[in-house]
Ligand binder design. Structure first.
Ligand SMILES: [Zn+2]
Ligand SMILES: [Zn+2]
Length: 312
């Protein structure tokens, strides 16, 4: 019989392949949460008196993040935690996700702030996708949605006086993004999800940076966190999917590869950090590599069309 590698208990529920640990329920939860604490400490992601806005979509990753941060932050009474949820206006999909987010935040006693595309930009994602301007752009729904959602989260976080935004990107997500940037010939000169203090921008952090996706899923399952399981009807992850698949298979065959990849990227990136921070979007003031940031560019384009009333 397999025994728990840490406590010797006989109820093993998880095999952590890269370290060859077999873990019982209690030891899995403990090591999972401790790794998040370690990640936050190692990268200086959070401060004792932060006002933390957690971006919560209603999916398992973000609800698991809310749960674990809620648990950790209980030990830091000067810190405040908020959940921020964006309603993009995706029919038959978003209402359910928003409900999961709001209900779970309420259950934890965390204040939740819902901001919608309609309220913020004057249009729903669905509406935009049906216009000819949008079709003319030849963009995928996910890229438009992602850019505008990011903007909406920044807006909500500012309203809340947040000092930091926490997102649920996992080790897998982050390594995938680095690879995608490389394959696009665009290895951003900034690290993804590490705290960067810049004027006019709220820093973003990713406490799951060192946590594999499958452990987040398992944690959500153990914690009995109810989440939206259906996939967004617009989802087409054309660029990300083959990379995700490749990395998953590779890491399965050679456990620990995702960590090794992350380590390599961390070695390459920080040295090139500097000049990037200087520029600001002329419209919204957020840091941007171009004169007008992608979000404002898209908004101008869309709002020039007949769809909407403009951003107030
Ligand atoms: Zn154990
Ligand atoms: Zn802008």
């Amino acid at each position: 019989m397999q025994l728990c590698s840490r406590c010797g208990g006989d109820r093993v529920v998880y095999h952590r392949v890269y370290s060859n640990e077999r873990l019982c329920r209690a030891c899995f939860i403990e090591t999972f949460e401790r790794r998040v604490v370690r990640t936050i400490g190692r990268y200086n992601m959070l401060r004792r008196d932060d006002r933390i806005a957690v971006a919560v979509s209603g999916g398992k990753d973000s609800l698991a993040l809310l749960h674990v941060l809620w648990k950790i932050e209980k030990r830091f009474p000067e810190a405040r935690l908020f959940a921020v949820t964006v309603d993009e206006g995706i029919e038959d999909y978003r209402e359910e996700a928003v409900r999961y987010a709001v209900e779970y935040a309420n259950k934890l006693g965390v204040d939740v702030y819902v901001v919608s595309f309609r309220q913020l930009y004057g249009f729903d994602l669905q509406e935009v996708m049906e216009t000819s301007e949008y079709r003319g752009l030849g963009l995928q729904a996910c890229s438009v949605c992602g850019v505008l959602r990011r903007k909406a989260i920044n807006y909500a976080a500012k309203q809340l006086g947040a000092t930091v935004i926490a997102t649920a990107h996992t080790l897998d997500d982050i390594v995938q993004t680095y690879f995608m940037n490389i394959l696009r010939g665009d290895l951003k000169r900034v690290e993804i999800g590490l705290r960067r203090e810049e004027d006019g921008a709220i820093p973003r952090v990713t406490p799951f940076r060192l946590t594999p996706e499958r452990e987040v899923v398992f944690y959500a399952y153990l914690m009995k966190i109810p989440f939206q399981a259906s996939v967004c009807p617009n989802a087409s992850q054309a660029m990300r999917d083959p990379i995700r698949k490749f990395l998953m298979e590779y890491d399965e065959k050679y456990p620990g590869s995702l960590y090794a990849a992350l380590k390599s990227f961390e070695k390459i990136l920080p040295a090139q950090d500097k000049e990037f921070t200087q520029r600001r979007c002329r419209v919204c003031g957020e840091p941007s590599s171009k004169e007008i940031c992608r979000g404002c560019e898209l908004l101008t384009f869309i709002q020039r069309g007949a769809v909407c009333g403009g951003m107030s």
